[in-house]
Design a protein around this ligand. Sequence first.
Ligand code: CP
Length: 298
Amino acid sequence: MSNRKDLLSVLDLTVNNVKNIIELAEQYLKNEVKNSRILEKKTVINLFFEDSTRTLASFEIAAKSLGANVVTLPIKFSSINKGEDLMDMIKTLNAMNPDCIVLRQKDSGIVNILASYVSCPLINAGDGSSEHPTQALADYFVIISHKKQIKNLKIVICGDILHSRVARSNIRLLKMFGAKICLIAPPTLICKHFPEVDSIHYSLIDGIKDADVIMLLRLQKERMNSSCFVPSNREYFYLYGLDSQKLLYAKPNVIIMHPGPINKGIEISSDITDRVILQQVEFGLAIRKAVLHYYRPC
Ligand code: CP
């Protein structure tokens, strides 16, 4: 069990926490957990203020398979649309004594404030451009299953780094285990202040040389307001989209990852296999079971 109430950021995790969660996830993946109905008679509320396919579905499936009563609140029909304040909404749901709240938010960092209004564990399912800890755990789980260890692997993260919570959580988690992180992005989609990374490249071909893992990121147009960050999708794909020709510069046994949703023909060409990408989804479900198990209240 976790010694902290909430999972809001990768920074909440110790190396031991990560190892315990991965061990549990491995057991869930192999159906080896003895008491898998660990959330029987417990209530889990999914509160998603931003669109999601993978994270929402996997938390819902995970909580149900652990025996919980699951309420996925339809935000579109909630009283937030009648002017209810977000804090009041959270306090209202907390008054119903749930055993866990899983929260996705458009705004970065707000989960930290909301956690103080909630008595049960709060799990961050992605907040703005800040953190997506369960995605990073799923990605770590996939990498370790292919490469056995993280230390000294060259892990390339390419795309819209500026707006990416997946990049931030992955960098923090993978650096804890000694990975060498290389970022690739157009100059408009990266902030220079990334003290944890080993290199930054503006050319995809330069950056992916000798890569063990390539993680591609989606252009997050919904966070770009009206500013022009890239001239066109076509130019972005020409310079930063991964195709089988550019892939020849990486190691032959490189794995290609993408947290999804994917924009084919923008960050990745359709001739590249999505085998590992679908494994990220499969392992993501096992991770969400493990996280709900690990953070359950006593
Ligand atoms: N990777 C990820 O968070 O996907 P969804 O937005 O579909 O949940």
